[in-house]
Each structure stands twice: as structure tokens, then as C-alpha cells.
Ligand binder design. Structure first.
Ligand code: IMP
Length: 454
């Protein structure tokens, strides 16, 4: 019988070999609360084993602090991978980029001895830029907002820059390469911005000065511009490990957060794929970063917020001040209900539980297990802001522990009550602990599951 001979290089039905056959663990790290969960340390810890570290949303509203060999690095826009040699760091199209801030950040990090070149840093050509007009608009709106409508933004122009992206009037990285396009893109943006500014009592934009500023910064940004979607697809086919570094937290997500008190990007894990130009199959493991209690900066609902000595104690022991704005963070008990929700919307496979040591010395700990709304018990936070504001937490109490857990590197070093607390958190959120972090030092970590293990 005649059998057609198929050349091994030509797969069935003429399709290209699919990347899905390559079993590689690409990991997404997302904050599973309102940001500031301690992602910096975990991302740094994981980045040692990654080949590529990619930012996929947000902008320089993020503040990531890394401690490497005793040296402290503070990053806003740059992926955390830049501080480790031999890695490719990527700013994906899902990010909004302030080019002036980036150039300053690169200069500051170079001063600390870090090498950054177009081989180690790539910026997606289709990344929208944050212009000075975005920051001005952000701050003017916040100033003009009445009580109850202020968002408490970082004032860095994130929201207005994303508005221009979906409004199809952004200046993008690629536009910096061609002067006529650049001028046309600026004019398109100003058609929208000048009337807005008039309404808020801000002077019209100095068009020529803005174009001059962009022309000046262009040669400092363009060397890093690349078709990131293509580079990352090639890396993936070559079996390289990609670490997707999320910023903010899932409760600040534009769709699933406590709207309108949210940031303007999708923060949840699904954004990792669209924010760099890979298919959803590229994500193998989602690690949610979860603080052992809850904090929030800015306005908006916070059911377990503590306005008392316990809240102050969490803030003081946890050094809860914003890294970007220096604002005092609001503090409260652990909200298992909210974390169960964010684990679901991000498809979290395992969590990294951070700052357990901040709970040392409390006689009793409370965990929110649901809400009471008009006498009805809810197991999720309702969507309507008005209902969110009326939800009161239902607490479960657990005994605390008096011993220190700071710096623990094994379960054996933890008091029994601390282990019970961690186990109860796992049960309530329906997700296992993969890592437990007990201090800012990278070695002070208890590893249960390696997210990068194939
Ligand atoms: P925006 O992202 O500057 O527009 O701010 C919107 C909200 O997100 C405000 O409540 C900010 O405090 C909050 N936010 C933005 N970035 C971060 C972050 O990196 N950590 C914690 N909160 C953030």
C-alpha cells in the first residue's frame, strides 16, 4: 500500500510546529491585594532562574524595592531583572511609559553599577508614552475632585495616558522614529487635551516645546525599541524562561478592582499575555503575592481597615509607607474573602505569603471570612460601590504567637500558631502557599513549591 512520506520538518497539515510542544515554565507574578504585597523580593528571587523578565502593565506608579547582596535598588518603570546580569528585561506594550522618567531611572541605576544596554533592555515599539500633559491632567483632576470622588492617584499621569491609548490618540515609542508622524501624533493628542485643560483652568499646551522635548528624548529611547512580541515568541520557542512581573495588585484592576478606586490597567494575570504579545498558553504558573494582613494606599473601600492601635501597630512594624508617594498606607486584618476572589480572577496556582513576622506578638488575630450586607451573609465583595461601602466584615479569630518568626527559613522555626494561621489562610482562599517570606532578605524564605519547576 502506498504511504505518503512526510518530511519530519513539515508537520501535519502544513502547520508550523507549535510552541505549545515545548514544555517550559513561564511564571506570572501578580499582587493579590491592593499592591505593596512585597513583590520586589519575590520577583528578584525568581528572576535568578528566568532568562527574560517582562513588565506587562502599569507604569512608573509602581515602586519595587530590591535588596541584592546588601545593596538597595529602587525601581519604578524598569523590570526588576535589570539588576541581575545576563537577563533580558522587557517593557511590554501593556505598560505606559514616561520616557523622561525612564532615562533618569536608567542613569540612577547605572550609578549603582548596573549595566543597561539595548541587549539587556527592550521596550515594545507599540508602548504608549506618558507625556507631561498626562501628569498635569491627573493632578489637576485630583485637585478639582470633591470629597468621595478623589481616587488618590500617584499623580504620575497613568490614567490619562491609558485614556489616550484606548482613545487612539497616543504617541507611541515607534512614533519617535519619524518626525512627521511624531508631530501629527502630538497634534492629534492636543486636539483632545486643550479643551480638557481649558475646562480645568490649565494653560493650553505649549505644542512646540512638547515636540522639542520629544525630539530630544527620542534618541535616548529608540535604541531600546524592539518588536517585543516577536522577540518573546522566539525566546519561547527557544525554550527560554519568562518571568512576567506584575505591578500594583488585583484589587486595583480596572475591571475586577474596587472601581472607580482603581488604577487604569488590567492588573490580573491574563494581562501578561496581551501586555507583551504572547498567547495565553505562554502562562504556565501564576504566583499571587499576598501579605499576611492587608494594606491600601489611596482612597476607596477597605472592609477590614483598622483605625485603632492594632492598625497603627501593623503600619509601624510593617513600615507601611508608599515607596512612590511616601503616603502612609491604610492597614487592616487579612481579608480571605478578597484574596479568594483575586486568586480566582488571576487563576493563581500558588501564593507567596509575605510579612508574616509583622503579626508576631499579637494576642489574637482576625481573618475576614465573609461580609454582612443588610443581614445577609456574602462570600464575595459585591460589585456596586454603594454596597461595598455598606459591607461589614465577618471575622474568625485565631490565637497569635509571641515568638519571633522574622528570618525563619524552615517550618520548624515557626511557632505552631503561626503554622496554623498559614494553613487556615490556605484553606480560606482555596490556594496553597508556594513560598513564605519572613524578612526582606532573599534567603529568609521558606520554599514549598518552585513555580519554575517543570
Ligand atoms: P494611579 O495608578 O496613579 O492612577 O492610582 C490609582 C490608584 O492605584 C491609587 O489608589 C494609587 O494609590 C494606587 N496605586 C497605583 N500604583 C500603586 C502601587 O504600585 N502600589 C499600591 N497602590 C498603587
Amino acid at each position: 500500500m502506498f504511504r505518503p512520506v512526510r518530511h519530519p520538518a513539515i508537520p501535519a497539515r502544513g502547520l508550523e510546529p507549535v510552541a505549545e510542544r515545548i514544555i517550559m515554565a513561564n511564571v506570572v507574578v501578580v499582587g493579590a491585594q491592593w499592591g505593596d504585597e512585597g513583590k520586589g523580593k519575590i520577583v528578584d528571587w525568581l528572576s535568578e532562574r528566568a532568562d527574560v523578565i517582562a513588565r506587562f502593565q502599569g507604569g512608573h506608579n509602581a515602586g519595587h524595592t530590591l535588596v541584592v547582596d546588601g545593596k538597595v535598588y529602587k525601581l519604578n518603570a524598569l523590570p526588576s531583572g535589570v539588576v541581575r546580569g545576563g537577563k533580558l528585561s522587557v517593557i511590554g506594550n501593556g505598560v505606559v511609559l514616561d520616557p523622561w522618567h525612564l532615562v533618569r531611572e536608567i542613569a540612577a541605576i547605572r550609578e549603582q553599577g548596573v549595566t543597561i544596554t539595548p541587549e539587556t533592555l527592550m521596550i515594545a515599539e507599540n508602548t504608549p508614552l506618558i507625556l507631561p500633559i498626562h501628569g498635569e491632567l491627573d493632578r489637576a483632576r485630583e485637585e478639582a475632585a470633591s470629597k468621595g470622588t478623589k481616587i488618590g492617584t500617584t499623580g504620575r499621569g497613568i490614567g490619562p495616558a491609558y485614556e489616550d491609548k484606548v482613545g487612539r490618540r497616543s504617541v507611541r515609542v515607534a512614533d519617535l522614529a519619524d518626525d512627521a508622524t511624531l508631530v501629527a501624533r502630538v497634534d492629534r493628542a492636543l486636539q483632545h487635551h486643550d479643551p480638557l485643560r481649558r475646562g480645568l483652568g490649565i494653560a493650553p499646551v505649549d505644542r512646540d516645546a512638547l515636540i522639542a522635548q520629544l525630539r530630544e528624548i527620542a534618541p535616548q529611547i529608540l535604541p531600546y525599541a524592539a518588536p517585543v512580541w516577536k522577540v518573546l515568541n522566539e525566546k519561547r520557542r527557544a525554550g527560554k524562561r519568562i518571568l512576567f512581573e506584575g505591578a500594583q495588585g488585583a484589587l486595583l484592576d480596572i475591571d475586577f478592582g474596587t472601581y472607580p478606586f482603581v488604577t487604569s490597567s488590567n492588573v490580573i494575570a491574563g494581562q501578561a499575555a496581551t501586555g507583551v504579545g504572547l498567547g495565553p498558553g505562554a502562562i504556565n504558573y501564576v504566583l499571587g503575592i499576598v501579605k499576611a494582613y492587608t494594606t491600601r494606599v489611596g482612597e476607596g473601600p477597605f472592609p477590614t481597615e483598622l483605625d485603632d492601635a492594632d492598625g497603627n501597630r501593623l503600619g509601624t512594624r510593617g513600615h507601611e509607607f508608599g515607596t512612590v508617594t511616601g503616603r502612609k498606607r491604610r492597614c487592616g486584618w487579612f481579608d480571605a474573602c478578597l484574596v479568594r476572589q483575586t486568586c480566582a480572577t488571576s487563576g493563581v496556582n500558588g501564593i507567596a505569603l509575605t510579612k508574616l513576622d509583622v503579626l508576631d506578638g499579637f494576642d489574637t488575630l482576625k481573618i475576614c471570612v465573609g461580609y454582612d450586607l443588610d443581614g445577609a451573609r456574602l462570600d464575595y465583595l459585591p460589585t456596586a460601590a454603594e454596597q461595598q461601602a455598606r459591607c461589614t466584615p465577618v471575622y474568625e479569630e485565631m490565637p497569635g504567637w509571641s515568638q519571633s518568626t522574622e528570618g525563619a527559613r524552615s517550618w520548624a522555626e515557626l511557632p505552631a500558631e503561626a503554622i496554623k494561621y498559614v494553613r487556615r489562610v490556605e484553606e480560606l482562599i482555596g490556594c496553597p502557599v508556594a513560598l513564605l517570606s519572613t524578612s526582606p532578605e532573599r534567603e529568609d524564605t521558606i520554599l514549598v513549591t518552585d513555580p519554575f519547576a517543570d
